[in-house]
Design a protein around this ligand. Sequence first.
Ligand code: GDP
Length: 482
Amino acid sequence: TINGSKESKTPQDKLLGGLLTPDFDERSCVSRYYKSSLYRKPSPYKPSEYLISKLRSYEKLHKRCGPGTQAYKEATKNLIGHNDKNYANETVGECKYIVWVAVYGLGNRILTLASVFLYALLTDRVVLVDQSKDISDLFCEPFPGTSWLLPRDFPLTRQIDGYNKGYSRCYGTMLNNHAISANSTPPHLYLHILHDSRDEDKMFFCPKDQTLIDKVPWLIVKANVYFVPSLWFNPAFQTELVKLFPRKEAVFHLLAKYIYHPTNEVWGMITSYYKAHLARADERLGIQIRVFSGGAGYLKNVMDQVLSCTQREKLLPQVAGTQEVNVTQSKKVKAVLVTSLYPEYSDRLRNMFSKKDSSRGEVIKVYQPSGERYQQTDKKIHDQKALTEMYLLSLTDNVVTSARSTFGYVAHSLGGLKPWLLYQPRDASVPDPPCVRSTSIEPCHLTSPSHGCDADWGTDSGKVLPFVKHCEDRDNDGLKLF
Ligand code: GDP
């Protein structure tokens, strides 16, 4: 709902320094304007004036072009009407779109939708979101007076499932087949930005590619990686991005705070858990344990790695055993929030710290909200639990996350936290060192292009720009903003 008169009632701090529009009804989505000081320290990452004005004009564009408008009707009509290759000769209406398709786990989805939204901001496109999965059980509408959900009767709905690298309108495939050029552009293109993408697919953002893609009214994207770091390789985008995000490492943090507002149902889960277990602690530590080796469950080396990392980095005390503890001194309570598919990790930790006083005289309380055992993406309550846990982790003071996990990336970046990243074990032993402290709050682009754009072709992608480097948890691979 739109309510122009809300402005005076919604205080600036609830609008996160102007990042959020006041034009929403508060009760329909309590998390949007929640008093963040109740749950976390103030974020040092403030939105730039330029970002704020860009978001306000995006909101207008979305309202003008979104579902239900005349412009949307025209655009979808053109989509069916011109299945030949002469689309470049037609006039493109004032609205261009990018459709985000929900694929892979929730962490992947949250990272890719934010990436697609940023690309839309840079290219004046309207983002529409595939609603065939449970996105609206997880997040509120982010743009006032309109909807970001792709209407169910969108003409290509039934085909989208089958889009892949082999699809004739897949951008990389068209490039390879010389099927796209300045005077032959199709009415829609499919962008394939997945782990098995070719550089031709991944580098759709380069200047040469953009001259072709920019003419196409509809883009449909399947992605499972956070491709924001590579967008900076396009000099024109970079000029904009520097103005939008003077602090480069805050891109996801700010975008996520702008677009992702958990629904009232999920917000209830987050706040009730927080109040019951985390609110009263003196300090909060989050530990996210993701095991990638197939069907593994509880692994002793992973447990040992978590202990080794947290004790080495003084996040958790040594278990004292026989050490003397002055019981009269007032003890600090540290709440440890463990998230994992497997409950055994927190059971072990809890046992360790419940029996004995720790050497520093802290009381360690261990919690794990769920232990789902296996991934059940697209099951509503399972995904709601996953979102709840990512969010709860983001509300901790320090966080330890598993390398390569988009679940962990969302959690620390949303929280503005520099995580300790647990290296992925190569075998049944504990990696040495067990973890590394990240120097950036940004997520990693896991399967990044191997080199830079046009002029930087041939330059290792981690060496093109001083602030876009390989990820600490990826061994000379991946890209991350610092
Ligand atoms: P990634 O695979 O670690 O990159 O993260 P994703 O979020 O994309 O996919 C993993 C999925 O497995 C999550 O979305 C959840 O459905 C489930 N999952 C993994 N770890 C946890 C966890 O700690 N808690 C909960 N509730 N679910 C988890």
